[in-house]
Write a protein that binds this ligand. Structure first.
Ligand code: ADP
Length: 443
């Protein structure tokens, strides 16, 4: 610091000496001052110009110039800052390189996309799963390389799903699960995984359950027939009749279980396309529901509100099973003196909602998330009511298959409300029909 000021003081002293000499020689102190000031400013200007040129050229160490004054201090500061910056840059580069190497070693395909969904970087497995090559495909739009409309819809966030499954562009037999992770600056990371083995295992398990259930149906029908024949016999003792009744009840349960297993394997089988399915009439659903409820003596407490002009695009038997399962549960899990409200209505987003409200035992909050698991049965239900624990699993899968949302709201001791909301693209209407509300007792 002292050194700078000594340099600057020396130059100012030289300027003063020049001024005195010029003043004495010329006798005109004003002109002498102007000349001295001009020389001093010119000297300063040259130093600043040199500094500006050096900075403009990138503050290179090879082109640095010597200055003992305050310009020298600026130069040294800039050089020090540059050193720190370079050190940081090297460290970041190293970390980035290590990260890239680590990601490359991952068995999952990883692709970095920019805000325009162009490929910025991809690892080796991306080549074998998604047919992307680095560096050839870098900078290209992903949709120009993988021409799968569902992938594009997913990337543009129009499906609202956590991940999707597509066939590998290299081999359609390979099923790839793709997940998008959003990053900063509108970038995203695509992680793709080969799930063919998992899919195959699931498929064979599903087929096994479906085939076994199917095969069990015939012997069960024979047993059922024989039990019915025995029921007509006169010479059966009282205890024999009791045993017969138990056998009939258990056979009935087995029949229902098999039906549920078959239905479950059907609802899980594939995803419905947006425009796929029949035009299912809500009033026909009501007819089917009424038939299914005939076995319940207390069915009069079920109040139905099924507008006749509404239709859903979907699979009839599956939408029917949503209705029957939810209404049967409401009957099973509430006492015969409590009313049950069942209705279809259109919400403000033009979606059709199927809603079942009961005033039954209700469900504890922590239990609600488990209800749709296969074979899950509430502790009390297991002891008091017969069932397979498949009903709500079927409802959940059928809802998923139709792109619908299944919701359960319940308060222990007060009752429950189960609703399935179908997306507007599945909702059709016929305005010529008139809307009617009817209590079940009238049918
Ligand atoms: P299941 O009725 O054969 O037991 P579900 O899958 O239909 O099987 O239902 C699972 C469980 O959810 C039932 O065992 C019961 O504990 C609970 N549950 C379902 N519906 C209701 C309801 N309306 N009120 C109270 N609990 C219910």
């Amino acid at each position: 610091m002292l050194n700078i000021w000594s340099t600057e003081t020396t130059s100012l002293s030289i300027a003063a000496v020049v001024l005195v000499l010029l003043g004495l020689l010329s006798g005109n102190w004003f002109v002498a001052s102007l000349i001295t000031l001009g020389i001093y400013i010119f000297w300063l200007y040259r130093r600043m110009l040199k500094l500006e040129r050096w900075i403009r050229k990138g503050t290179r160490a090879s082109e640095v110039f010597e200055d003992k004054g305050f310009v020298g201090v600026i130069i040294r500061q800039l050089q020090q800052q540059k050193k720190i910056h370079n050190r940081r840059k090297r460290r970041t580069k190293k970390i980035l390189h290590q990260m890239k190497e680590n990601i490359s070693a991952l068995p999952d395909a990883t692709v970095l996309l920019n805000d325009e969904l162009r490929i910025e970087w991809c690892n080796d497995p991306a080549r074998y799963l998604l047919n992307l090559r680095s560096p050839q495909d870098l900078g290209n739009k992903l949709k120009n390389i993988i021409r799968d409309p569902s992938l594009l819809a997913y990337l543009e966030n129009s499906l609202g799903q956590e991940h999707i499954e597509i066939n590998s562009p290299l081999d359609p037999k390979i099923t790839v699960q793709v997940r998008k992770v959003s990053l900063a600056a509108n970038k995203s990371l695509l992680i793709a995984r080969n799930i063919s083995d998992q899919k195959q295992l699931q498929e064979s398990l599903k087929n096994f359950v479906a085939n076994a259930s199917h095969e069990l149906r015939s012997p069960l029908t024979v047993i059922w027939g024989h039990l019915e024949m025995l029921e007509g016999e006169q010479e059966i003792s009282e205890s024999g009749k009791r045993s017969l009744h138990i056998a009939q009840r258990q056979t009935e349960r087995m029949k229902e279980l098999i039906q549920d297993l078959l239905l479950l394997s059907q609802v899980e089988s594939y995803h419905l396309a947006i425009d796929e399915g029949d035009r299912v009439s809500i009033s026909e659903l009501k007819t089917g529901l009424l038939e299914a409820l005939e076995k319940y003596d207390d069915r009069h407490r079920v109040h139905l509100d099924f507008p006749a002009h509404l239709f859903i695009r979907g699979i009839n038997i599956e939408i029917q099973s949503i209705c029957i399962n939810l209404v049967e549960n409401a009957i099973k899990y509430s006492t015969p003196d409590k009313p049950i409200r069942v209705r279809w209505f259109e919400n403000s987003s033009a979606e059709y909602v199927f809603n079942v409200e009961d005033q039954g035992s209700g469900i504890a909050q922590e239990e609600i998330s488990q209800l749709t698991n296969r074979h899950y049965r509430g502790q009390k239900s297991r002891a008091e009511v017969s069932g397979s624990g498949l009903g709500l699993a079927i409802v959940q899968h059928a809802a998923n298959k139709h792109g619908a949302v299944f919701e359960i709201v319940s308060e222990p001791g007060k009752g429950s409300c189960f609703s399935v909301t179908f997306p507007s693209y599945r909702c059709l209407r016929d305005d010529r029909h008139i809307h009617t509300v009817s209590p079940l007792a009238n049918h």
